[in-house]
Design a protein around this ligand. Structure first.
Ligand code: ZN
Length: 314
């Protein structure tokens, strides 16, 4: 833990990095993240319509902040399912910083939606649920669920903490798309959150006004600041919270890693009915399964499936 002083000039763009922090003399803990290469890797392996990519980017940024709270080895999963054009959104991250995500949507329904940048969560996903799952060694599996009824994913997450967990939470997320001529689309995302830890964890040194003031300071963070690759996250934190005093903890690097494998895909195939298997079998007798997260294609020979060790063709 190191204190941020005025002369602190930590250089580096902090791309794909989460920086945890705490405000001095309070029990307010926060995290700030900037996603770049990892986000473009994930979105680049799919061809999502812009509003779907944008929703997934927001989901990944929020997931990284929440997963950074894991205290033991484990996996955090954010999963939303709805009845709207976007049927599912799944993001997960391990305690090692390995993050991945995908969205599944109905192409026709998506085409009927007016494509602009301000589609609400309600328009995209309709009625549905948002679930948080924590699988950690040494701790029982935990799942929290909240109804999707807000205009954004961010608001749903914030409401979950405030209502279900009684933890005061303020968050901000920003996603930006840059279209360069002749080059592929470049995405950026940034997010920051601040939480007031449950009361019993520390002697109360703060009153209600402190939370309100800190919340306003966090909300003053602009999208431009979250994206600015020339502005180190530590400098941004100092800019936002220097009056409160802010200390930082070791940052965590993010990596895009998919945990799919032949074995896992095979286990899924084994659960399919004959009818489903017929549907997935090509005319040349092969079963193709694509990983929804990373789009990697797995191909097995149908007639070898019942053997103990089927051959993977490629
Ligand atoms: Zn995969």
């Amino acid at each position: 833990m190191s204190s941020l002083a005025n002369d602190n000039t930590v250089k580096g763009v902090n791309d794909d990095q989460i920086q945890p922090f705490q405000l001095n003399e309070t029990d307010f803990r926060g995290r700030i993240v900037r996603l770049n290469g990892v986000l473009n890797d994930i979105l680049g392996s799919h061809d999502y319509p812009v509003p779907v990519a944008q929703l997934l980017a927001e989901g990944l940024a929020l997931t990284s902040l929440l997963a950074n709270m894991l205290k033991f080895e484990g996996i955090f999963t954010l999963q939303a399912s709805g009845e709207g054009p976007v049927k599912a959104l799944v993001c997960d991250m391990t305690s090692e910083g390995e993050i991945r995500g995908y969205a599944s949507y109905d192409e026709e329904a998506m085409m009927r939606v007016d494509h602009n940048d301000s589609l609400s969560l309600e328009t995209l996903m309709g009625k549905g649920y948002l679930a948080f799952t924590v699988d950690q060694k040494m701790v029982d599996r935990y799942q929290g669920i909240v109804e999707l009824k807000d205009v954004s994913l961010l608001q749903s997450v914030q409401h979950y903490f405030e209502q279900s967990e009684q933890i005061k939470t303020v968050m901000k997320v920003a996603v930006e798309k840059n279209e360069k001529e002749g080059a592929s689309t470049e995405w950026k995302a940034g997010a920051v959150m601040l939480q007031k830890l449950p009361e019993e964890t520390k002697i109360q040194l703060v009153d209600k006004d402190d939370w309100t003031r800190s919340r306003v300071l966090l909300e003053s963070c602009t999208d431009k600041e979250l994206f600015d690759r020339d502005l180190p996250l530590n400098d941004l934190l100092y800019r936002l919270f220097h009056e409160e005093g802010v200390v930082v903890f070791p940052p965590q690097d993010l990596k895009h890693v998919c945990r799919c494998s032949e074995e896992r895909v095979l286990n899924v195939i084994k659960t399919l009915s004959d009818e489903d298997l017929d549907y997935s079998t090509t005319t040349s007798g092969e079963i193709e399964m694509k990983c929804e997260f990373c789009s990697r294609l797995y191909v097995f020979k149908r007639d070898e499936l019942n053997q103990d060790e089927p051959d993977l063709i490629h």
